[in-house]
Design a protein around this ligand. Structure first.
Ligand SMILES: [Zn+2]
Ligand SMILES: [Zn+2]
Length: 336
């Protein structure tokens, strides 16, 4: 049973997944290589994958596991998460303000990014990132065709400090019944200048940052920079330089250039900070509500500090590292 409860005062909501066990030790346990459900040979633990990418003589094929018959030598596997935060067959119970709640209907997929069980994600090369990202696009496209899907969240939690309980590199693709407040607020920021002047304010920001001290790298189609008001030390964002609203609709050419830039940026991050926990989040326009459009991008938050009382209580962040200094380090360590 999962449900969404809305805050008394704000638009913030909380997803309750109602774990059967309230034992804290179970909630905090990290799964390492010894009993990793995502490692090759352990496919039976996760159950059949509904999408398996395999590479055969240089071409990729999409397959699916049969019950008790698992595809071997896979490149990427997509499974339903056993600890899903949303479920497709949730009971349709709604309650009203001030105890507003709605059923958390949706699908929670895990994309197992590689056969390699590694905490150093720079070992995942750009070619593999292309396989991963096209699989994510595939799954997101399918999700947007389903009922009760307002938004598809695509994100990676890596390391215990980033909220991941499994070391093995994986990405999550989760359909949500509501557009997340962060996307709502980005879309709101975009709306007025887009409607009144036909100008994308995020395009303007990118142009400014291209010649700022916060630039990390620029390629033909992408810009990596540390944002002006970085919430986390060494936070950086990856933006398409041309106006594009949808990651899901990004072309093969775009995805392969993006893969190179993700790979080299993570390599630089690890060179700079060592193996580190991080979140990687894709912000893309909801494919269903055309009025809520953003300029899609990726945000990466290294998690070297824990949230303090100020952050938890007032949403005011403190950051010891200026983005200009973070960008300088990351730029120095990134492959030219
Ligand atoms: Zn593993
Ligand atoms: Zn734009």
């Amino acid at each position: 049973m999962s449900n969404v409860r809305k805050d008394y005062f704000s638009e913030d909501f909380v997803l309750f997944t109602n774990e059967k066990s309230t034992k804290i030790s179970n909630l905090k346990k990290l799964v390492n290589k010894k009993d990793c459900p995502y490692c090759p040979g352990n496919e039976h633990i996760t159950g059949p994958a509904d999408l398996v990418l395999i590479s055969k003589e240089g071409t990729l094929a999409k397959l699916a596991d049969e019950p008790e018959d698992y595809v071997k030598d896979w490149t990427v596997r997509v499974i339903l998460n056993k600890d899903a935060i949303v479920n497709p067959d949730e009971e349709k119970i709604f309650t009203d303000y001030p105890q507003y709640s709605e059923p958390a209907i949706g699908y929670h997929y895990v994309v197992i990014m590689s056969q390699k069980h590694t905490v150093n994600v720079s070992e995942i090369d750009s070619e593999q990132w292309t396989n991963i990202l096209t699989t994510v696009q595939d799954k997101a496209r399918w999700l947007y065709a389903q009922k009760h899907v307002s938004y598809v969240a695509m994100y990676m939690n890596h390391g215990l400090k980033a909220g991941s309980k499994v070391e093995h590199p994986h990405l999550e693709v989760v359909s949500l019944p509501t557009v997340p407040p962060v996307i709502e607020s980005e879309a709101k920021f975009m709306k007025k200048p887009m409607r009144e002047k036909g100008i994308c304010p995020m395009c303007d920001i990118i142009k400014e940052e291209e010649s700022s001290k916060r630039i990390i790298k620029k390629t033909n189609s992408f810009l990596i920079f540390a944002p002006w008001a970085s919430k986390h030390p060494f936070e950086y964002w990856i933006f398409p330089r041309q106006h594009e609203v949808s990651f899901v609709k990004s072309t093969q050419k775009g995805i392969s250039e993006l893969s190179e830039i993700i790979h080299s940026s993570l390599e630089s991050l690890i060179k700079t900070l060592g193996v580190v926990s991080f979140n990687l989040i894709i912000h893309s326009s909801p494919e269903k509500k055309t009025s809520k459009q953003i300029h899609w991008h990726i945000e990466i938050y290294p998690r070297i500090e824990t949230k303090t009382g100020l952050e938890m209580s007032s949403n005011i962040y403190t950051n010891k590292i200026l983005p200009e200094n973070a960008a300088k380090e990351l730029a120095k360590n990134i492959k030219k």
